[in-house]
Ligand binder design. Structure first.
Ligand code: 6GU
Length: 261
């Protein structure tokens, strides 16, 4: 099923292999766009249902490095099945992608995150109550017991932090928690997360990192802190404004970092 999708992308883009893949909901712009394919042209590919999630995959060329940028992703809170959550990571592995980078918006839980703009994720807590690898033991055997201590590549975490420093972008290493959603956290849930050592919380990214590691790719995840979870007074406009500004910085950071990886 995913093989058919991979075949189509190779045909349309006239490329056999891609260096890296970036996944985002919306709002990030990356440099070097050469072509773009709507998800609807890719066989068996799920289509985004969240408003503002586009559903296009872009081919970027960054200093000759071919990078795929998936704009539009799938969340468990939409009622998606495990295969849909695995789809983009599995597709990427079939396309020869070596570096897999999901991005997301998140709420800042820790003081460190609340005072920064961007998080370079180096660990996570999966609070989804779901795991995209459930059931795969039937076809893959013991390979499903992926080592969680190696989910985030030290090499990539360090490369992104270093590049952010060079560019004057305010990025910090961060622990991400994923909640199923679709509701945002309660006051007491936020306190719980804080006690657990969480810096930020989202509803995506974590399951994609799990799947990507299963499929053998080197991973890091990046997040823009769009709101301070403990500041309910922030207006929606303020949140959107912050998100746009920080997403622009994240796009710049990703573009620059990928060139030098
Ligand atoms: Cl505050 N919580 C969650 N779970 N996801 C988010 C968020 C908060 N802000 C952006 N995404």
């Amino acid at each position: 099923m995913v093989e058919e999708a991979a075949k189509k992308i190779k045909e349309l883009l006239k490329e056999e292999e891609f260096f890296a893949a970036v996944v985002g909901g919306s709002g990030i712009e990356l440099p070097g766009v050469e072509r773009e394919i709507p998800y609807s042209e890719i066989p068996n590919m799920p289509l985004p249902a969240v408003p503002g999630h586009k559903g296009v995959v872009k081919l970027l060329s960054l200093n000759g490095k071919k990078v795929l940028f998936f704009e539009g992703r799938f969340h468990y809170y939409e009622g998606r099945e495990d295969w849909e959550i695995r789809f983009i990571p599995e597709l990427c592995s079939l396309l020869g992608v070596r570096v897999f980078i999901p991005t997301c918006a998140s709420g800042a839980v820790s003081r460190k995150a609340a005072e920064s703009e961007i998080g370079v994720i180096y660990d996570h807590i999966n609070l989804l109550g779901r795991n995209p690898l459930v059931g795969l033991i039937k076809s893959y055997g013991a390979r499903v017991f992926v080592n969680g201590k190696k989910f985030y590549s030290k090499r990539l975490v360090n490369a992104f932090l270093k590049k952010a420093l060079e560019l004057g972008i305010d990025a910090v290493p961060a622990v991400l928690a994923a909640n199923l959603g679709p509701n945002y956290e309660t006051y007491t849930e936020i306190r719980l997360l804080e006690v657990l050592g969480v810096d930020c919380v989202s509803m995506s990214t974590v399951p994609e990192v799990i799947a990507a590691n299963f499929y053998g790719m080197e991973c890091v995840a990046l997040t823009v802190f769009t709101n301070d979870t403990l500041n309910p007074e922030a207006s929606h406009e303020e949140v959107l404004e912050k998100a746009a500004e920080r997403s622009a910085k994240l796009g710049k950071l990703i573009g620059e970092a990928l060139i030098h990886l």
